[in-house]
Design a protein. Structure first.
Lengths: 354, 290
């Protein structure tokens, strides 16, 4: 019992919104609904929900780097693409037997993280900060898109995997879990749903623990005032680099899951529009809190998809307007603002009752 | 093929790359250097200039006049954007980036909806001339001269006019300038309009050389950002030498391995320069001077 209490204590802290029995009971209810959801829904809708979940990882990565770390990175889609292509190349070459797809998942995320470490070394140890960081990461992303878009010819292949230029790669196997008897193939419906949901909850809770640990406090201290953090003896560059690499790995998870979900990946998943979307989800949700990011991402994605019925151009214009208005009117994000308001309301009510 | 034709070919490619880098970057550099604002909608101002230029030429006006109209319209749009959005975000530089990105999304998709996926282009004027085995476009030479002209014009504007003096005073110590009676908000508006107008000019100048699509801004934006990052905050000590340096890298790599490697060369150059000179070339020069 005391072990459970101390576990919950590590999940709570000044860096995350939501604490106490009320929050965790709500969390449990949401979890129950999420677990029972496929029972009441058809395969297509469940697959579509998985698609929403897939994007939450990249949103969390931006939340970590931008919201908590204070460095605005436009490069998340680059890591998304690297991991997605990595997964495609690995599985097309080695197939899906013996649970290799899971190895490919880990390897592809590791490739993205390695690339981030390399880029991050040059940026953070070159003391690039603020707007320049955004520009360099954006330039890298656009560069990668252009590079992948021109790999149409047959000379562009890695092993037996053709890169296929602008049309992208396709027909890679979905994630497969080795099982005695018959391996479980996770197609984009119920199977993949539980896998991604489990991964999402794990990542969410792990990030809560990380952000409320001393590491998270240092990250926030650097965001608030880098000079002061440095004077207190922390090597700002190392902390920023580690955050950047963790963020890249999260974006990489998104990329792999996306590739495994739809069994394709194209260069345009790294382009300008693709890079703008995570920014919108995170900004609208509330970038400085994990829970608001998750909720905001799911809400905005659902709204975006509902609007796409009227044409995706209109939906994108609406997203742009939403982003500009959020920045101007509610810079902390709509979901976070609402949650803080609810929290104050609850506190006032309990005060009156007590 | 003798040496002279080789030299001419290299110089021509250098000039072409230099003009592209400087013209696409100077609007961004003015806004960033003077106001510390990164305008991610820069590419869309370029697109605006190109579209307006093409529309005016289709309406029957000569090309130079079309370019002028494109420049002025972009500058006016710049004033509107500054009044509506940028003005409220001066103390939050990161949010400015995000907001201008939203604007860029609105502009690209809005143009796609209203004008369609492409617009009839404008023919490249002046024809071409022959040196050795290759033929060269005269218009590219005009663009190179235009880039030099823009740099000279900006130098004159910021050093010899009353607006330039007031703008530099506002940038250096804003509250002091305000105390001395300068309308700093007006200065910021005009500076932003100037940057937007320069972007429109770049769009107008390049309108005859490329296909007009709503996403054409993206072709310019990477080169523009790379030049500004390497150059640093000062237009003359930064953008011009950065344009020269990057033009050597880009034209060299392009003629060696093709266009893609030219761009990869740019990217590698920017990462290395940023590691060595975090404040760009102008930061390095200014530090040496003080």
């Amino acid at each position: 019992m005391s072990g459970l209490v101390s576990f919950f204590r590590r999940l709570e802290g000044p860096q995350t919104v939501g604490r106490g029995p009320a929050f965790w009971s709500l969390f449990a209810v949401v979890m129950m609904i999420a677990l029972a959801y496929p029972l009441f829904s058809d395969g297509y809708t469940v697959g579509n929900t998985v698609y929403f979940f897939v994007w939450v990882f990249i949103a969390l990565s931006l939340c970590l780097i931008w919201g908590y770390g204070g460095s605005l990175s436009f490069g998340q889609t680059a890591f998304f693409g690297i991991a997605g292509y990595g997964y495609g190349i690995l599985t097309l070459n080695f197939g899906s037997a013996y649970g290799f797809t899971l190895v490919a998942l880990v390897a592809a995320v590791a490739i993205a993280a390695f690339f981030a470490a390399l880029l991050g070394y040059f940026m953070f140890f070159g003391r690039i900060a603020g707007v320049f960081l955004g520009i360099v990461t954006l330039a890298v992303t656009l560069m990668l898109e252009r590079f992948m878009a021109q790999t149409a010819g047959p000379e562009w292949h890695i092993g037996s995997a053709r890169l296929n230029g602008f049309n992208g790669m396709s027909a890679m196997p979905p994630l497969t879990i080795p099982w005695p008897g018959e391996p479980i193939v996770l197609f984009a419906d119920v199977g993949l749903y539980y896998f991604v949901l489990g991964l999402l909850v794990f990542v969410y809770l792990a990030l809560r623990i990380l952000m409320n640990s001393s590491f998270g406090n240092v990250i926030v201290a650097i965001r608030e005032n880098p000079e002061r953090a440095e004077m207190l003896g922390y090597d700002v560059r190392k902390y920023q680099l580690i955050t950047f690499v963790i963020g890249a790995a999260l974006a990489g998870i998104s990329g792999v899951l996306y590739t495994a979900w739809g069994q394709y990946i194209t260069p345009s998943s790294m382009g300008m529009t693709a890079a703008a979307l995570p920014l919108i989800w995170v900004a609208v949700g509330g970038r400085s809190d994990l829970t608001s990011t998750v909720v905001g991402t799911l809400v905005v994605l659902a709204a975006f998809q509902a609007l796409t019925i009227y044409g995706s151009q209109y939906a994108l214009v609406f997203m742009g307007v939403l982003l500009v208005l959020t920045v101007l009117i509610a810079p902390n994000g709509l979901v976070l603002g609402t949650m803080n308001w609810l929290g104050r309301l609850a506190a006032r009510l309990s005060q009156r009752a007590g | 093929m003798d040496i002279a034709t080789h030299v001419f070919s290299a110089l021509y490619q250098f000039g072409d790359a230099f003009a592209f880098l400087v013209l696409s970057a100077c609007g961004l550099a003015v806004i960033f250097g003077m106001m510390g604002v990164i305008n991610l909608a820069h590419g869309e101002f370029i697109m605006c200039g190109a579209y307006v230029t093409a529309a005016t030429v289709h309406a029957g006006l000569p090309l130079p006049l079309g370019i002028l109209v494109g420049t002025v319209v972009s500058a006016l749009v710049g004033v509107l954007v500054e009044l509506a959005v940028i003005r409220h975000l001066y103390d939050r530089p990161l949010d400015t980036i995000v907001a201008t990105w939203g604007l860029s999304l609105i502009a690209t998709q809005g143009t796609l909806i209203m004008v369609g996926s492409t617009m009839a282009g404008v023919g490249t004027p002046f024809g071409s001339f022959q040196v050795g085995d290759y033929s060269y476009s005269i218009y590219r030479i005009v663009l190179f001269c235009a880039a030099l002209g823009v740099l000279a014009g900006l130098y004159a504007l910021f050093n010899w006019t009353r607006f330039g003096v007031l703008a530099r005073a506002t940038i250096q110590v804003p509250h002091m300038a305000a105390a001395l009676g300068v309308d700093t908000r007006l200065i910021y508006s005009l500076t932003f309009a100037c940057g937007a107008g320069l972007a429109g000019l770049a769009g107008g100048l390049y309108a005859p050389t490329m296909t007009l699509v709503p996403t054409m801004g993206a072709t310019f934006i990477m080169e523009a950002f790379v030049t500004v990052v390497i150059g640093g905050a000062d237009v003359f000590l930064g953008t011009a030498p950065a344009g020269g340096l990057l033009a050597i890298v880009k034209s060299g790599m392009t003629s060696w391995q093709g266009q893609l490697f030219g761009q990869i060369g740019l990217l590698v150059a920017v990462i290395i320069v940023v590691r060595v000179l975090p404040k760009g070339i102008s930061g390095f020069v200014l530090r040496e001077r003080t």
